[in-house]
Design a protein around this ligand. Structure first.
Ligand SMILES: Nc1ncnc2c1ncn2[C@@H]1O[C@H](COP(=O)(O)OP(=O)(O)OP(=O)(O)O)[C@@H](O)[C@H]1O
Length: 280
């Protein structure tokens, strides 16, 4: 197997607690591996250690114990960050800068310049549907536009790994869907994504692997399809089934004696899909 994009081994992060000389364990023996091209979603309640895990992976916090590696490089080494783009939970932007100037600022921080930088800026504005708004100051951007410029900023140096802390926080369903589609686009281009979110439906749509973290401990992780599959149930979906056909199916199931028909109802659309359909 190829070198993992992310390898976190037995990560522990403790912070000094309010009570003197005690320590609060925010992350407790967490291990996770993300292979290149995977989209890994870390889910958990508030304060369960998601952001702390991400910050340790980015080398923004030093682990109390354990190690974090990005494409085989220790996160505490600066060169591990060359391949990474990061959108923090509450990104801070200079509101007097325009979208274009913001991307230029971040590009220069990454050592980019000249035509390479200007071309990349236009490419990213287009990717995030901000070309027209690119000349406007961020002070006039909506929450959704700010998240998209944040995503563009994270992509400026064409990273192989993208770390997104709540990428759709505070964004309306339409804006969330745009961001979701963008992440799926990046995935199809082979970019590895590590994200955390409270929007479980969205995590289910985007991620192929998930981890559930609670009180700093990893409770469960693995391929999404495997974790959510109800192995002892089978779903059959019929179009235009007559009441007679349904009756026959029920009789067949009853005659079998082993299987049990749990439900025969109309499938429902999700509230999100209904909202998007109506506001299209
Ligand atoms: N710099 C810090 N100093 C002290 N405690 C901290 C610090 N950063 C995080 N914590 C604590 O560590 C725990 C985990 O916080 P973290 O931000 O990682 O949670 P989270 O899962 O990202 O939560 P949320 O979903 O609310 O963003 C919390 O109890 C938090 O108060």
């Amino acid at each position: 197997m190829s070198q993992p994009a992310v390898e976190i081994k037995d990560l522990v992060k403790e912070f000094p607690a309010a009570i003197r000389k005690t320590r609060h364990r925010a992350v407790d023996q967490v291990s996770l591996t993300i292979q290149p091209g995977q989209v890994y979603g870390l889910i958990g309640p508030n304060g369960s250690g998601k952001s702390t895990t991400m910050k340790a992976l980015l080398g923004l916090l030093a682990p109390t114990e354990g190690t974090c590696e990005i494409f085989g490089k220790n996160s505490l080494k600066t060169d591990s960050r060359k391949d990474v783009g990061y959108l923090p939970e509450n990104p801070y932007f200079y509101k007097h800068l325009s979208g274009r100037e913001t991307l230029k600022f971040y590009g220069k921080l990454c050592g980019m310049k000249g035509k390479q930088l200007t071309d990349r800026i236009e490419e990213l504005l287009e990717l995030t549907s901000l070309t027209e708004a690119g000349g406007r100051r961020l002070a006039g951007y909506s929450k959704g536009m700010l998240q998209r410029i944040g995503l563009a900023q994270a992509l400026i140096q064409s990273p192989r790994l993208l770390i997104l802390d709540e990428p759709t926080a505070g964004v309306d369903p339409l804006g969330s869907r745009q961001i979701r589609d963008l992440i799926l686009d990046l995935k199809s281009n082979g970019i590895t994504v590590f994200l955390c979110s409270h929007l479980l439906e969205q995590v289910q749509e985007i991620c192929d692997t998930i981890g559930i973290i609670h009180q700093g401990k990893m409770l469960k992780q693995g391929p999404l399809e495997k974790l959510v599959a109800l192995e002892d149930q089978t779903e059959i979906m019929l179009q235009n089934a007559s009441p007679e056909l349904l009756e026959q199916i029920k009789q067949l199931v009853a005659a079998d004696g082993k299987g049990e028909l749990l439900s025969a109802t109309h499938p429902r659309t999700s509230l999100e899909k209904l909202f998007l359909e109506e506001t299209k």
